[in-house]
Design a protein around this ligand. Structure first.
Ligand code: ATP
Ligand code: MG
Length: 253
């Protein structure tokens, strides 16, 4: 196991689900993230914004171990992650990528993809039970996608696939959802639907949500805390802060 508890050290990361300290990420010699310090607490609903190429996707990928930082420390649930994230910690994090991951010919139905979430934690060779099947179907209802249950996943639109990815993460009992522009491909009606779903999951199921979105108005309506990135964190504070407009104007224009 690659988790080492810093027992004898007073950690400033107490009660956090994610705690990043002095994180720097480089691709080759290009600096994508610079000196990132970030605490995320259980139950938060956080919006991340920033111009194209400002490191938003890199930040989410760094949290779940898809990108290795050059320097800095990552703690998930208070545990120091050095090499690989332990499986039991990894499954607490559901990641919905920026682009729909399934192509037209991907050989699985919506049902298969969500059921995959129910046995992801237990291991691929676990037999799927009726209980798992029922759970997957209940989750599909929760995200309002049960009528697509038998549809090949690759035949869904990008936005619909993202909803199924949310369902898969919930089936794996994710406690934290990291979403990379979940509404960028959606019409305004579906956008509201997804944001309301996230709001519902946050309020009713106490899921911690971190979502990237270019639509500041939308983030203002649904989130309480907003992080503006421009390789560095330019702003991290309440969505209601009147200074937020100045920060956004500076980094976007
Ligand atoms: N695998 C990679 N190899 C090299 N450079 C990369 C790689 N991934 C990202 N980058 C670069 O790092 C920077 C940050 O990329 P990232 O995808 O994190 O930005 P972003 O804020 O998510 O952008 P967007 O709003 O367009 O999705 C960009 O300049 C990008 O070109
Ligand atoms: Mg991105």
């Amino acid at each position: 196991m690659n988790v080492s508890k810093l027992d004898n050290q007073q950690s400033s990361c107490d009660d956090t689900v994610v705690c990043l300290t002095d994180i720097n990420v480089v691709y080759g010699n290009y600096v994508a993230l610079y000196n990132i310090n970030l605490d995320i607490y259980k139950g938060e609903f956080i919006g991340i914004c920033g111009p194209n190429g400002s490191g938003k996707t890199t930040l989410l990928k760094t949290i779940i171990g898809l990108v290795k930082p050059l320097t800095g420390e990552i703690k998930l649930y208070g545990d120091n992650i050095s090499e690989k994230i332990p499986k039991e910690v990894r499954f607490k994090f559901g990641y919905v990528p920026q682009f729909a991951p399934y192509d037209k010919n991907f050989p699985a139905t919506v049902k298969d993809v969500v059921e995959m979430g129910t046995y992801a934690k237990a291991g691929l060779f676990k037999r799927i039970t009726d209980k798992d099947r029922n759970k997957a179907f209940e989750i599909l209802k929760l995200v309002d996608m049960e009528h697509f249950v038998e549809r090949p996943i690759g035949h869904l639109s990008g936005g619909q696939q993202q909803k199924i990815m949310i369902a898969q993460a919930l089936a794996a009992e994710a406690e934290v959802l990291l979403l990379d522009e979940p509404t960028s491909a959606l019409d305004f009606r579906m956008t509201e639907d997804v944001m309301e779903l996230l709001d519902f999951l946050n309020h009713t199921h106490k899921i911690t949500i971190v979502t990237i979105n270019h639509n500041i108005k939308l983030l203002r309506a649904f989130t309480k805390r907003i992080i503006c990135l421009n390789k560095m964190i330019s702003y991290d504070g309440p969505t209601s802060d009147p200074n937020l407009d100045d920060v956004i104007n500076k980094i976007f224009y």
